[in-house]
Design a protein around this ligand. Structure first.
Ligand code: FE2
Ligand code: FE2
Length: 256
């Protein structure tokens, strides 16, 4: 089973890049199932139901979120229209939406779990390790993939070591910068951060001039995403559907 995971889609730049490239990327890599983190898809923070439909229309099977899950309040009322959207299971701010999902692909049940780390992360968060234990007690799937949305590399590496025997992949998101430490650890695919699908010439997706004005000119600016062309960052996973064990992880990074 080939599973494509793409990192945080950021603003129009990232959405346009996926509209232009995701279909052909799926074909070239013979991808069976695609997961996209969409926490920054709507103007850099959050997601809306129409953007959810856009990303599904581009070829996403499941969309995960992160600390910006509820930044656009429209999604709170529209969640029932977004059946393949999940939010961090341990983010307690709102009780809307599931924190994990199971979908069938070619007769294989694929579970996708979304969790947030707590180190250097804001938000009303419960312990991701205890939450993960609880989810694993309830889940019934052949392949289990985790989007672990966290800032600290140490917390992501710890999560891998605690759960590597029980899941097929732990994919880090949130920092927007792809790391080069992809590996198979005890049959579990891992990368500390998969990187973003968003404006390459930017500061983590944010407009550089806006950040400069805020930092050096003392102007109380509002977050402004860069409109520069996007880098596409992700990983292609090969998972043995009979055992749920990962066989390969390949990094993808396409710069504009
Ligand atoms: Fe993000
Ligand atoms: Fe984030």
């Amino acid at each position: 089973m080939k599973i494509l995971f793409l990192g945080d889609v950021t603003a129009r730049s990232g959405r346009d890049a996926l509209a232009a490239r995701l279909r052909s990327l799926r074909e070239e890599t013979a991808t069976d199932f695609t997961i996209i983190n969409g926490e920054n898809a709507a103007h850099g923070k959050g997601i809306t139901s129409s953007i959810y439909r856009q990303l599904i229309g581009c070829g996403a099977d499941v969309i995960t979120l992160g600390n910006h899950a509820f930044s656009k309040s429209e999604i709170l009322a529209k969640w029932q229209d977004c059946p393949n959207l999940i939010r961090p299971a341990n983010l307690m701010s709102y009780s809307v939406g599931p924190g994990w999902i199971v979908r069938e692909c070619h007769g294989t049940r694929i579970a996708v779990i979304n969790l947030m780390g707590t180190v250097f992360m804001d938000g009303d968060l419960s312990d991701p390790f205890a939450t993960m234990d609880h989810i694993l007690e309830t889940i019934d799937a052949d392949i289990i993939l985790v989007d672990f949305h966290a800032e600290a590399t140490s917390e992501k590496e710890l999560f891998l070591r605690v759960f590597c025997e029980q899941v097929s992949a732990v994919i880090g998101t949130h920092t927007h910068v792809q790391t080069a430490d992809e590996q198979i650890y005890h049959g579990c695919a891992y990368i500390t951060d998969v990187g973003m699908c968003g404006p390459f010439d930017s500061i983590l997706g944010r407009d550089t001039d806006e950040v400069i004005q805020r930092r050096f000119d003392g102007i109380a600016t509002h977050y402004q995403p860069s409109e520069a062309p996007a880098v596409i960052c992700g990983v292609l996973l090969e998972i043995d559907e009979a055992t749920g064990r990962a066989m390969a992880i390949h990094r993808i990074q396409e710069r504009p």
